[in-house]
Structure formats: structure tokens, C-alpha cells
Write a protein that binds this ligand. Structure first.
Ligand code: ZN
Length: 118
């Protein structure tokens, strides 16, 4: 009989004998192809018109080059937007005076016996 080994379990952090390994503490195999290869992020994209020079590009690198001063006819530096994370929630400014005015008008209508609607 083969010698049993105590091994650290990455699922519970404890130790188990290999012969008595709990079936529910088996780590799931990462889903990988049988043909391992590095993930490749291609430079190719569907044709996109650069707002910097008006031309269409199918290369991310070429498109982004037009955002640099050296890459567009205006010589301006542009910033690509749309994929940034929001930095915070902008709360609308509370107009206390407008609220009071609106309440006073509603109260006046109510006191005159008019129906108050929104
Ligand atoms: Zn375990």
C-alpha cells in the first residue's frame, strides 16, 4: 500500500490525508483549452471613424495615434471617452427658494379651494 500523505487543502485551508480527501473539497479545474496559448488581444476592430481627422480606421493603434497632436490636422490632443469608470455621483443642486415658492403657490391654491394636482 502506498504511503498516505497529508496535504494542505486550498478549499478549506485545513489539511487532509490524500486517501480521505473530502469529495466536496476538490478544487475545480480552471477551464482551459487542451491547446494552451496566451490570450491575444487583437489590434483589429470594425471600421471606426476617428473624430480627430474624419478618416476610418480598422486598427486601434492607428485610431489612437490620431488622438495625439502629431496624428491629426488640428495638432490637438484628444482624450478617448466612454470606457472610463464613473468617479462619483453628481447630486443635483437643491433650489430651496424654488421649493418654497412652489409650496406657497400650492398652499394658496388649496386655500382658495382649487384642486391641487401635481
Ligand atoms: Zn478541505
Amino acid at each position: 500500500m502506498a504511503r498516505d500523505t497529508l496535504r494542505r487543502c486550498s478549499v478549506c485551508g485545513g489539511h487532509h490525508w490524500i486517501s480521505e480527501w473530502p469529495h466536496n473539497h476538490v478544487e475545480a479545474e480552471p477551464q482551459r483549452s487542451s491547446l494552451p496559448a496566451p490570450m491575444v488581444i487583437a489590434d483589429t476592430i470594425d471600421a471606426v471613424r476617428s473624430m480627430a481627422d474624419g478618416k476610418e480606421y480598422t486598427s486601434k493603434a492607428a485610431l489612437r495615434a490620431t488622438y495625439k497632436p502629431s496624428g491629426n490636422p488640428d495638432g490637438i490632443s484628444y482624450v478617448e471617452v466612454g470606457n472610463e469608470r464613473p468617479t462619483g455621483i453628481v447630486k443635483p443642486k437643491v433650489d430651496e427658494k424654488a421649493i418654497q415658492t412652489s409650496l406657497q403657490k400650492a398652499l394658496a391654491r388649496y386655500e382658495r379651494g382649487e384642486r391641487v394636482s401635481q
